[in-house]
Design a binder for this molecule. Structure first.
Ligand SMILES: NC(=O)c1ccc[n+]([C@@H]2O[C@H](COP(=O)([O-])OP(=O)(O)OC[C@H]3O[C@@H](n4cnc5c(N)ncnc54)[C@H](OP(=O)(O)O)[C@@H]3O)[C@@H](O)[C@H]2O)c1
Length: 260
């Protein structure tokens, strides 16, 4: 029987790449359930994934709205009572100094990256605890480990979701449910569309180079169903994160130089 994989934020970027990674590598072994707001884009991803033999379903939800998340899980219960893997990934960011962010921008980041991800994680965990197995992978960020000027609310959201996921891991391991956090640095996706962020990803001395999205989706495929607690993409960022923990004063200056 095929495995049910729920992927949020599957209409673009990392979520889309993860859907296509599982489709390409596993074909009909997976039933991919793709979720985001934009149905047209989701249908495009679904068509591409089906060309590799995967079974695919498309559902829409707004992860900034708790009613929409509740409805999604009612629909899932009817059509997909088993969830083998959940990639809890939908998110966004606005990159400006905190005093320049509008109230609406702050609300969107917290609603989707924190509240939405927590509600999806909690509901998925309930289903998996009843099953006695499952794996939830949360997309956090390097920003869930370090402090970056101009990313204050985004960092707050990713530190928050990292804390939640790690405690959920402690609570659910006894039920056979695995939890992993993924911490990418900059990745080439629609995340950096000019309306949201003005960031230099050229890889120049004064910037953080962005990695191809396939590097992240490949790493996620490799750790699916394993008990890995966290991964950094690229893995070398794990050293930077640890250096930040040990030498916060020094590393704050290093990271501040990389953010224009
Ligand atoms: N790109 C990076 O450098 C980077 C680095 C570290 C972590 N991340 C994290 O990776 C995750 C994916 O980002 P990405 O880089 O792939 O960006 P992206 O290309 O902009 O994709 C974001 C995805 O999230 C969905 N989404 C956003 N708001 C939503 C909402 N209210 N309801 C439902 N879906 C929503 C979008 O779909 P719709 O617009 O169709 O709803 C889209 O599918 C995010 O959590 C982000 O914080 C990104």
């Amino acid at each position: 029987m095929s495995k049910n994989l729920l992927i949020t934020g599957a209409s673009s970027g990392i979520g889309k790449a993860v859907a296509l990674e599982f489709a390409k590598r596993d074909g009909s072994k997976n039933h991919l359930i793709l979720v985001a707001r934009n149905r047209e884009k989701l249908e495009g991803v679904a068509e591409e994934a089906r060309s590799f033999g995967a079974e695919v379903s498309v559902l829409t939800a707004d992860f900034g709205q708790k009613e929409s998340i509740a409805k999604l899980f009612i629909d899932l219960e009817k059509s997909f009572p088993i969830l083998d893997l959940v990639f809890n990934n939908a998110g966004l960011g606005f990159v400006k100094e905190a005093h320049l962010l509008t109230d609406d921008e702050v609300e969107q980041i917290i609603d989707v990256n924190v509240k939405g991800m927590i509600l999806v994680g909690k509901k998925a965990a309930n289903i998996m605890i009843k099953q006695g197995y499952g794996h939830i992978i949360f997309t956090s960020s390097l920003a869930g480990y370090v402090l970056l000027p101009k990313w204050s609310v985004y960092c707050a959201s990713k530190w928050g979701i990292t804390a939640f996921a790690n405690i959920l891991r402690q609570e659910t391991s006894k039920f056979g449910v695995k939890i992993t956090t993924v911490h990418p640095g900059p990745v080439k996706t629609e995340f950096f569309d000019s309306n949201k962020a003005d960031v230099d990803l050229s890889g120049s001395e004064k910037s953080m180079p962005a990695i191809p999205v396939e590097d992240v989706s490949g790493a996620i495929y490799e750790i699916a169903y394993t008990d890995k607690e966290r991964i950094f993409c690229p893995p070398s960022l794990g050293v930077s994160a640890e250096a930040f923990r040990l030498f916060p004063k020094f590393m704050k200056k290093v990271f501040a130089k990389l953010v224009k």
